[in-house]
Design a binder for this molecule. Structure first.
Ligand code: ADP
Length: 211
């Protein structure tokens, strides 16, 4: 049986790091953000729909999506945000489901669905987080102070910028409480890898035991 994991975390908590380690062990990663980017590539039907809904101003000169302009266009406008979700979510969820089905077909032992706002979506019943039947939710966790430090360094962003992005999400400790498995990524990468390997071994046992 294929075990389906939902992987999430907070900004800079190590979601990408943990996802990459699971892939090294043999998981297939289905990355919601990457799929959205693919579906919004120049020439894609979704990009045309977005331009029709929000105006040509959301396109850059080369015809690609101006993400900053789109974000500014829907910021503080609930109606526009709902319209955006109606354009983006259904094809994204369909594509994720297609990849999940292909992985099951190929008897991949573990599929990791990387959904940034998985638990936010689950809490409110919106977004792609509520669409998939996960066998378990994994949260990559670090204390908030370390989120600030690592995300700030990675993105060369100020403390205030990172803090504003952290405040826009559920607190990492709240996500931790909702997880089936927590990977404590506050130590070295080796310490994280050992936890991911232990998780992998457990998932493989579970998958083998399931009908
Ligand atoms: P997320 O995907 O949750 O935003 P990342 O996996 O990108 O987080 O990690 C944030 C930053 O911290 C990256 O620059 C990454 O290389 C670094 N990082 C992640 N885990 C560790 C760790 N255990 N020790 C040191 N640096 C880490």
């Amino acid at each position: 049986m294929t075990v389906v994991l939902g992987l999430t975390g907070g900004i800079g908590s190590g979601k990408s790091t943990v996802g990459a380690m699971l892939v090294e062990l043999g998981a297939v990663l289905v990355d919601a953000d990457a799929i959205v980017h693919e579906l919004q590539a120049p020439g894609a039907p979704m990009l045309k729909e977005l331009a029709e809904a929000f105006g040509e101003d959301i396109l850059l000169d080369d015809g690609s999506l101006d993400r900053k302009a789109l974000a500014a266009r829907v910021f503080g406008d609930d109606e526009a945000r709902v319209r955006l979700g109606r354009i983006v979510h259904p094809p994204t969820i369909a594509e994720m489901a297609r990849r999940l089905a292909a992985a099951r077909e190929a008897r991949v032992p573990v599929v990791v669905l990387d959904i940034p706002l998985l638990l936010e979506g689950r809490k409110s019943g919106t977004g792609s987080g509520s669409q998939f039947p996960f066998d378990a939710v994994v949260v990559a966790w670090v204390p908030e102070a370390l989120q600030l430090e690592r995300a700030g360094e990675r993105d060369a962003a100020s403390r205030e910028e990172v803090l504003a992005r952290i405040r826009a999400q559920l607190p990492i400790d709240e996500k931790r409480a909702m997880a089936d498995y927590v990977i404590d990524n506050s130590g070295t990468l080796d310490e994280t890898r050992r936890q991911v390997e232990a998780l992998w071994a457990e998932l493989i046992r579970e998958g083998a035991a399931a009908p």
